[in-house]
Ligand binder design. Structure first.
Ligand SMILES: Nc1nc2c(ncn2[C@@H]2O[C@H](COP(=O)(O)OP(=O)(O)OP(=O)(O)O)[C@@H](O)[C@H]2O)c(=O)[nH]1
Length: 454
């Protein structure tokens, strides 16, 4: 949304217009009389929720949250002129941004709003009034709470989007790191730490500080976690580091001059350090193998980068950029190729086709290995008609080429393709689905052809 403030103001004014000023004043008085207690109750309840606790169990939060929650309640119901409305709305947006910054789960915000609503409604039902009055008062306070929540969510979403874009950019940046050099550096840092410890013990020094605070430990906690996000080795290394710091080092310190005990713990330490070294090597190997996000057989982009690329293209196109298109190619009768020339022959054919496809598009386009023998090309700034032309050109080029097989033989292979242009649907899977249907038709109509999606 381009102007959340203006939007919020229009909605808020509408609510004020829809409800009688005297009724609004009455609700406001109720809120003012109970806001402190409500803020207290809110905190007491939320601290019992395990998911919420990590965001609350800090003295500063305790102190400030209660005060600001009370202020927020009063401000939300204490508005009568336009300047005050603007301030209130700005506040709702700011709360949403803060929630996003601290990664507060959005369900907790809804939980808090539900709590407040329930309490306020109970207060309204306590008024000596007719049910019709209660109904109107509840309607008013529900609308205020719902709009507050909506505005917070609006700011939350836009802030989260910006954050994930930054995270993506950071990951792309780390993709450019010189990984072999980084691997050696970290291996050396790990060895340095353990050697220093061992020499120190031989000299009779007390064991030094833990591995978690060492250069290697710091790198692991602060960098490895984001560069290798999601890798199983991270957990295994973490466990080994904890074992060293929390079990083995205290044992070593306690061993004093008991040589047998010392030797046992030294062996345990060496075993853990070796395990860390092993997991570290696996972590880097796997990463380097992927060659900065490329599929090892075809050297095309790995499909895990598809969401980042397509979401970005969708965002650009939605913001008025030129439309983009995708082509989904599938090698015809690939099973037969495998059957006739072996899996190795199939691999070789696939590699050459991938080269031909990647070499036929502009450097600004993206070519992914989508599945076994399926390739997906993302053509930036290309209308569907243009994309179909490009797809046909690629298909002809592949069909005209003689492909090398093991033992000097050659063969020809063909491709079928489905082409779909971005049509405004925000989910890129839908776009690929349309290309897939067109591909299916192309196969059905006899293969070696490209068709445009409906
Ligand atoms: N050599 C090799 N074969 C693969 C690879 N990935 C998938 N395949 C094989 O590709 C074949 C695909 O076969 P199908 O999906 O039945 O289709 P097809 O034989 O290509 O026939 P159509 O698509 O209908 O023209 C399967 O036998 C897979 O085992 C790979 O990386 N290398």
């Amino acid at each position: 949304m381009t102007d959340p403030l203006g939007y919020g103001q229009r909605q808020w004014l509408q609510i004020l217009n829809d409800y009688d000023p005297a009724l609004r004043r009455r609700v406001r008085e109720l809120v003012l009389a109970h806001s402190e207690r409500m803020a207290d109750e809110f905190y007491q309840y939320m601290i019992t929720q395990p998911e919420a606790r990590e965001f609350l169990d800090h003295d500063q939060v305790n102190l400030r949250l209660k005060a600001s929650m009370q202020h927020w309640l009063e401000q939300s119901f204490a508005i009568d002129d336009e300047a005050a409305i603007a301030l209130t709305i700005e506040r709702q947006l700011e709360v949403g941004r803060v929630h996003a910054r601290i990664n507060l789960p959005i369900n907790l915000v809804s939980m808090g709003a539900r709590l407040h609503k329930k309490r306020l409604m109970a207060l309204v039902f306590g008024l000596e009034e007719e049910p019709g009055y209660w109904q109107a008062a509840c309607g008013y306070l529900q609308e205020v709470m719902d709009l507050s929540l909506e505005l917070m969510s609006l700011a939350y979403v836009s802030k989260s989007e910006r954050k994930s874009r930054a995270a993506e950019a950071y990951r792309l940046h780390t993709l450019g790191l010189n990984m072999p050099v980084e691997r050696e550096r970290q291996r050396a840092a790990l060895l340095d730490w353990s050697q220093e410890l061992i020499f120190g013990l031989h000299r009779g020094d007390r064991p030094p500080g833990g591995i978690i605070r060492s250069e290697f430990g710091l790198w692991f906690q602060h960098k490895a976690a984001s560069v290798f996000e999601g890798a199983p080795e991270l957990g295994q290394i973490e466990q080994a580091l904890q074992q060293i710091d929390l079990v083995i080092l205290p044992e070593l310190r306690a061993a004093g001059s008991d040589t047998e005990r010392l030797a046992r713990q030294m062996a345990a330490l060496q075993q853990e350090v070796k395990a860390v070294g092993y997991f570290l090597a696996t972590l880097f190997d796997r990463y380097i193998e992927l060659e900065h996000g490329r599929d090892t057989l075809t050297r095309l982009l790995d499909r895990r980068f598809l969401p980042a690329v397509l979401n970005r293209e969708v965002r650009l196109a939605k913001r008025g950029g030129a439309a983009f298109s995708v082509i989904l190619f599938d090698v015809d009768h690939f099973k037969q190729i495998n059957d006739s020339h072996g899996h190795e022959g199939g691999d070789l054919v696939l590699q050459q086709i991938a080269n031909l496809v990647a070499g036929a598009v502009r450097s600004s386009d993206f070519t992914f290995r989508y599945g076994g023998e399926e390739l997906l090309v993302v053509l930036v700034e290309a209308e569907p008609a243009k994309a179909l032309e490009i797809a046909e050109k690629i298909r002809e080029k592949v069909a005209a080429n003689r492909l090398q097989l093991p033992e000097g033989k050659t063969m020809q292979a063909t491709l079928s393709g489905g082409v779909a242009g971005f049509d405004g649907h925000p989910d890129y899977e839908y776009l690929i689905g349309r290309a897939d249907k067109a591909l299916y038709r192309a196969k059905h109509q006899g293969r070696n052809r490209c068709l445009l999606a409906d």
